[in-house]
Design a protein around this ligand. Structure first.
Ligand code: PLP
Length: 394
């Protein structure tokens, strides 16, 4: 018996554990200091009432013989798939409901989608990026290449035609940099993927934060239906981090080696996934109703206001950053050439504010730092006051 030796190749990522350890040690040593956490990658506001009411109603259905639900469909109930397709239509993208797969979240799909691809494919990842893409492909034994992003390209990695790739992960708006592609940048990626016969795995988990005239879906780009799969999540759109629901869209015409990727994914899900609970899918459908969308947007507006406070602060202090406008994340270059961990310690000790060192998201994250909008207005305003005071007194 042999274990999957690819696990030996995983680089231990103790980022959040180290952040928690350092923060707790500081707290213990300074019990009088109130710490503000701007490193949170989880939502902080409760679910909207439209969502909770729909979930309660879904739970009630389990209690009577007439309305009881057993195993759900592998690909999701039709009414939820229809709601997702209608949501796409609301911003001008045509997706057929039969192309939508409801899932327990984008993280699982980002990792599991690899099941339909050979392990011999080369994967291209932007650097820095959400670490799940790298780890899932290391576990599968795939070769990984990186497309670097930096201040030079405003932390938006672009294709290099001399690089040959088969599977390309893109994340826009990006975690951790908050940077989002415009249509012409995304078109470059789509053209590159088509030239290479590659498949783009497009993670749109933060699309609901887009305010500017930027693509909310890769399928708004010509040619994407022949080369892209889109993965999306209700976690940040509607506060579903604990509820668990997302969706993946695979166009019917997307095929490789003469096989439909939609059919392969259906086969994969039917084998290894037993669907999302009826009550959760009722809640998910409620997100896309008029009232649900209004309420979810109110929460997003709240986080946007926090992001605006942080971006105004960085503007005032003259610190370079990306994100904050179409994203809950702000990604900054640490002042005075500090490393990410150095800046972490500096902020913690001098302002009692916690963020996330960029080093945890890839080699290009060196000397960078992530702050998030997932906190209260009061805490965010206080963090802004402390950081501004710290830098203005330097
Ligand atoms: N994709 C990105 C880029 C994320 O940042 C996250 C969560 O932080 C996810 C996916 C996970 O989404 P879900 O909660 O739907 O699994």
């Amino acid at each position: 018996m042999q274990i999957n030796s690819n696990f030996e190749k995983l680089v231990p990522n103790y980022l959040f554990a180290d952040v928690a350890k350092k923060t707790n040690e500081f707290s213990k040593a300074h019990p009088d200091r109130e710490i503000i956490r701007l490193g949170i990658g989880d939502v902080t506001l409760p679910l909207s009432s439209a969502v909770v009411d729909a979930m309660k109603k879904g739970c009630d259905d389990f209690s009577s013989k007439e309305t009881f639900k057993g195993y759900p469909e592998y690909e999701g109930y039709d009414f939820v798939r229809q709601a997702v397709a209608a949501y796409y239509r609301s911003f001008g993208v045509t997706v057929d409901e039969s192309e939508v797969f409801i899932s327990d979240g984008a993280k699982s799909d980002c990792g599991n989608i690899g099941d339909i691809f050979s392990k011999d494919n080369t994967v291209l990842l932007p650097d820095p990026v959400y670490p799940v893409y790298a780890d899932a492909n290391i576990m599968a034994g795939r070769k990984i290449l990186y497309a670097p992003s930096s201040e030079e390209n405003h932390f938006l990695a672009m294709p290099d035609r001399s690089v040959k790739a088969d599977i390309i992960y893109l994340c826009s708006p990006n975690n951790p940099t908050g940077a989002a592609y415009n249509a012409s940048q995304l078109k470059e990626w789509v053209d590159y993927a088509l030239e290479q016969n590659a498949v783009i795995l497009y993670d749109a988990a933060y699309e609901a934060f887009i305010q500017d005239d930027l693509p909310r879906s890769v399928f708004s780009i010509d040619g994407a239906r022949e080369c892209a799969i889109e993965l999306c999540s209700l976690s940040k759109t509607a506060g579903f981090t604990g509820v668990r629901c997302g969706y993946t869209v695979i166009p019917k015409e997307l095929s490789r080696n003469g096989r439909s990727l939609h059919e392969l994914w259906y086969r994969r899900q039917a084998t290894k996934f037993n669907g999302v609970s009826w009550a959760v899918q009722c809640a998910a459908a409620a997100v896309f109703t008029e009232e649900g969308r209004k309420q979810c947007l109110e929460n997003i507006r709240y986080y946007r206001e926090n992001a605006k406070m942080l971006s105004d602060m960085l503007d005032t202090l003259g610190i370079y950053y990306t994100g904050g406008k179409n994203s809950p994340y702000l990604w900054l270059k640490c002042p005075d050439n500090m490393g990410g961990w150095e800046f972490f310690d500096y902020l913690l000790q001098n302002a009692g504010v916690v963020g996330t060192p960029g080093e945890g998201f890839g080699t290009q994250g060196k000397g960078c730092f992530r702050m998030t909008a997932f906190n209260s207005h009061e805490n965010t305003a206080e963090a802004v006051r402390r950081i501004t005071k710290l830098f203005q007194s330097k």
